[in-house]
Design a protein around this ligand. Structure first.
Ligand code: ATP
Ligand code: MG
Length: 335
């Protein structure tokens, strides 16, 4: 356990007041700054996500609440990493963090509220998601992934539950839940087995050292599921699911085989079992299927990727983010 975390556990009421205050005369407090705080938007493994309205601006936000006393030391460490990584990000396809509050008992992570629900729910509710709409989601997802990878960050938990629509009637999506995100430079963490069974890249379950293309596998699983509305691994028990996922034995059944050939090739390419042969986010965006389905979005994405050099070795570090884009954080979130 680091000294920082010791501080967090033992002296919980000591947020870095200077940092949190924005120059005001008393420490900022979540309960004074937000109201209408009852409705639950989602329940995750470590935090509950609630709706709340800013007293000052009237803007409705989503607030991920971490109850510190109910978290283990490991969970606290993960929460700290999640917040540190998430607050350093700024991309149109990743939910932005507006602010972070810490009190004696809780940490509140204030994010943009995504009112359109999880992509998983839209896939489940509709009889079919038109291939164009699947491509629209996939391109946005690959943009988010290319951005993360250019900053040497892996998401490690890309699922249809962790992609949300901005609004009920639109098709803009954002990636959420940086709870498993990790730096590519953290060699130790890259041996950890984590993610959501069914979406995890085989090399993680095979306990091999892994890299950024684990996220591409998960994007492939999302694509498969959105296009077919079928489970990628047919398994009656969790043990069988684990085994098939570990071997990458995707069930390319009749529904999949009825898809246009280019869509099939796109999904198969992303679901290449050998990570060395699997495309990165840039080459996934160059696949004919997306280029044919949503040419304008793909062209814009290519320009965007070029702007931050997504294909070249990443140079951007957290400290290079413009200060204004970064919410102020309690000191213990920083490393
Ligand atoms: N910005 C948001 N706007 C609206 N709803 C959200 C937002 N962020 C999260 N949610 C909802 O809350 C759920 C849980 O959030 P999140 O995935 O971040 O929590 P978690 O504890 O990391 O979950 P898990 O690890 O179990 O996936 C999401 O699946 C989603 O339904
Ligand atoms: Mg989640």
């Amino acid at each position: 356990m680091t000294n920082d975390l010791d501080d967090l556990v033992v002296t919980q009421v000591e947020p870095a007041i200077d940092d949190l205050n924005h120059g005001a005369s008393s420490p900022k407090s979540f309960v004074s700054d937000y109201e209408d705080y009852d409705r639950v938007l989602g329940q995750g493994a470590v935090g509950i996500v609630r709706k709340a309205e800013s007293v000052r601006t009237g803007i409705v936000c989503a607030v991920k609440v971490f109850r510190k006393c109910s978290l283990s030391d490991d969970d606290l460490e993960r929460m700290r990493a999640e917040i540190r990584i998430h607050t350093g990000l700024s991309h149109p396809c990743i939910v932005p963090v507006h602010d972070v509050y810490e009190s004696e008992d809780d940490v509140h992570l204030i994010m943009e509220r995504l009112a359109g629900g999880e992509v998983f729910d839209r896939v489940a509710q509709r009889k079919q998601l038109a291939p164009e709409l699947v491509a629209v989601v996939t391109v946005q997802l690959l943009r988010a992934v290319a951005y993360l990878h250019s900053r040497r960050i892996l998401h490690r938990d890309i699922t249809l539950q962790n992609i949300m629509y901005e609004s009920q009637d639109g098709n803009n999506v954002k990636l959420i839940d940086l709870g498993h995100a990790v730096s590519l430079d953290d060699r130790e963490a890259l041996l950890n087995n984590c993610g959501t069974l069914g979406y995890i890249a085989p090399e993680i379950l095979q306990e091999q050292p892994y890299d950024a293309v684990v996220d591409i596998w998960s994007v492939g699983i999302c694509g498969f599921t959105m296009l077919t509305r079928k489970e990628p691994f047919s398994a009656a028990t969790e043990a069988t699911l684990h085994d098939k996922n570990k071997r990458g034995k995707v069930n390319y059944g009749p529904t999949f085989k009825k898809l246009p050939m280019q869509a099939q090739s796109f999904v198969r390419k992303l679901l290449t079992v050998d990570p060395k042969q699997r495309p990165n986010a840039c080459s996934a965006l160059s696949q004919p299927w997306v280029a044919q389905m949503v040419p304008e979005q793909v062209a814009a994405a290519q320009v965007e990727l070029g702007q931050y050099g997504a294909n070249s070795p990443p140079k951007a570090e957290y400290s290079s983010m413009p200060t204004l884009l970064r919410p102020t954080l309690p000191r213990w979130f920083r490393k």
